[in-house]
Design a protein around this ligand. Structure first.
Ligand SMILES: [Zn+2]
Length: 504
């Protein structure tokens, strides 16, 4: 019988919006937000157990496969502008020290995002993987899982024996993607060689057009399963457009027993991207169009995604363009969330439930050109912001929203209820509303500061879904982004009327 293999595991997650407002310092990695706080040693397993997180999926599958797991460190911060050099160096040092200190290991698993940019490094994960490799050497297999929004670089590919990537957006398969590293690790430890092929897709795709339940991704993501029957592992990332980096964009990775087989598979995936470019739906409604549609709304709610103010993409989650337009339009039966506005939440808590108070809601993050909405609100309910997710994506986990309040606009023709929080979170789960007594199904219009992830829990109650181009820190019209480093072209947003351009 083979001796039990020992695997060191760690996680360090950040998705960087280079055009965001606030940076991610050490504190942001230590605190809880959408995900748990920084976890040390055995906590890495106990505090993520059963959650839809890559490291939880890996740990469960690795234990079932008979591996001995050596947990070291796991942390994440809500997407934002650059990771500070101090945070990156401190966390890297802790992580590497602990990998050195856990004793003899046979392999390493890392739970990474793949779109981390620091103050000094364009490719955070490439550098982290390089340093891990330096510590463990080339004899010890290093595998990692990445987010579907990873901007994969050659440095990441070279320094990892295998990278798995989420295959769904909304990310329903995070745990599964972590677990997918286990059988590969077993093969590598048995002495198998996996040849890699890495090929970029030639164009960038805005996030609101990356829903994997829609064309062309419903077709593209069938390829990995088909390749599995030919003993090829194919991993596809769609990239994170707000990370300004030479490797920003979608790409395909393939692993097989021969270099030729891997290269052919990666080529086929990229070819499919190119031939299906015209299927991408990059449309967004203007504020005027949105208000007009919402005013007429009857029956099942319309879900309006305020995609450019998505906290989960480094948005400030406090822009007021949509709120102001809906008030101005006299829109009825609107529910909105989540506004990151600690000041308003505090004032509501001081006033108490049932009180009527004047507030200046939103625009607290100093994002240029944004102003708060000044109005009277009734405090409907107050909460401590500990919110147990009930949706498919995060169910089993807890969101930490900080001091929270449900507010009702008064003295206007428009009828609008909204939730303000003290910690920035992406509004992607009905529990963000229900935990504070607001039932989304009672409204005609539900506005969520989210991109695509909200679909996992709101699609079942939605009559319609649309994306609105209200101004925010996460630009979805790629032509408006002041890129300085990208190497791929932008998706042809008028692609529906343009023939595909071939692989060149
Ligand atoms: Zn993602």
């Amino acid at each position: 019988m083979m001796a039990t293999k020992r695997i060191a595991i760690a996680g360090f997650q950040h998705e960087t919006n280079c055009f965001g407002v606030t940076q991610a310092g050490l504190h942001e990695f230590e605190m809880a937000d959408s995900w748990p706080s920084m976890l040390h040693g055995a906590q890495v397993i106990s505090e993520t157990f059963g959650m839809n997180l890559p490291i939880a999926g890996f740990a469960k599958a690795a234990a079932a496969a008979g591996f001995e797991i050596a947990p070291t460190l796991w942390c994440s911060a809500e997407p934002s502008a650059h990771v500070t050099d101090h945070a990156f160096e401190t966390i890297c040092e802790m992580l590497l020290d602990r990998i050195r200190d856990v004793g003899d290991i046979d392999g390493v698993y890392l739970d990474l995002h793949g779109a981390m940019v620091t103050e000094s490094l364009a490719d955070g994960e490439g550098e982290l993987l390089r340093r891990v490799r330096e510590v463990v050497g080339f004899e010890v297999p290093v595998v990692a899982s990445l987010d579907l929004h990873a901007n994969i670089s050659a440095e990441m590919v070279d320094n990892a024996d295998y990278l798995s990537v989420f295959r769904t957006y909304p990310h329903l398969d995070m745990a599964e993607t972590g677990a997918r590293c286990v059988p590969v690790l077993q093969r590598l430890l048995a002495g198998e060689t996996l040849y890699k092929a890495f090929q970029p897709v030639p164009y960038l795709i805005p996030l609101h057009a990356q829903h994997t339940g829609s064309k062309p991704f419903s077709e593209i993501y069938q390829l990995p399963e088909r390749f599995e029957q030919q003993e090829i592992l194919a991993e596809i990332a769609l990239g994170f457009t707000a990370a300004d980096f030479s490797d920003t964009g979608p790409s395909c990775l393939a692993y097989a027993a021969t270099a030729q087989k891997a290269a052919a598979a990666a080529e086929e995936v990229v070819h499919l991207f190119v031939s299906r470019e015209a299927d991408l739906d990059c449309s967004m409604l203007s504020l005027e169009e949105t208000v007009s549609i919402c005013r007429e709304r009857r029956g099942k709610p319309i879900v309006v995604a305020d995609v450019q103010d998505n906290a989960g993409a480094g948005g400030t989650s406090d822009t007021t363009g949509l709120l102001a337009a809906l008030i101005e339009g006299g829109t009825k039966s609107v529910l909105m969330g989540l506004f990151h506005d600690p000041e308003s939440a505090k004032q509501a808590h001081e006033a108490g439930e049932g009180a009527r108070i004047k507030l200046a809601v939103g625009a607290k993050s100093n994002l240029a050109g944004h102003v708060p909405v000044k109005a009277e609100f009734e405090v409907l309910a107050l909460g401590d912001g500990l919110c147990r997710y009930t949706g498919k994506m995060y169910g089993g986990g807890v969101a930490t929203l900080g001091e929270t309040a449900a507010l009702r606009l008064v003295g206007h023709e428009a009828s609008i209820d909204l939730v303000v929080t003290s910690i920035r979170n992406q509004c992607l789960d009905r529990a963000h509303f229900t935990h504070i007594g607001l039932d989304p199904t009672n409204y005609a219009v539900i506005c969520v500061k989210s991109t695509v992830h909200f679909r996992a829990d709101f699609e079942p109650i939605a009559g319609d879904i649309c994306s609105v181009s209200s101004p925010g820190a996460f630009l979805c019209n790629l032509e408006e982004i002041p890129y300085t480093c990208i190497s791929r072209r932008l998706v042809n947003t008028r692609c529906a009327t343009v023939a595909s351009t071939g692989t060149g």
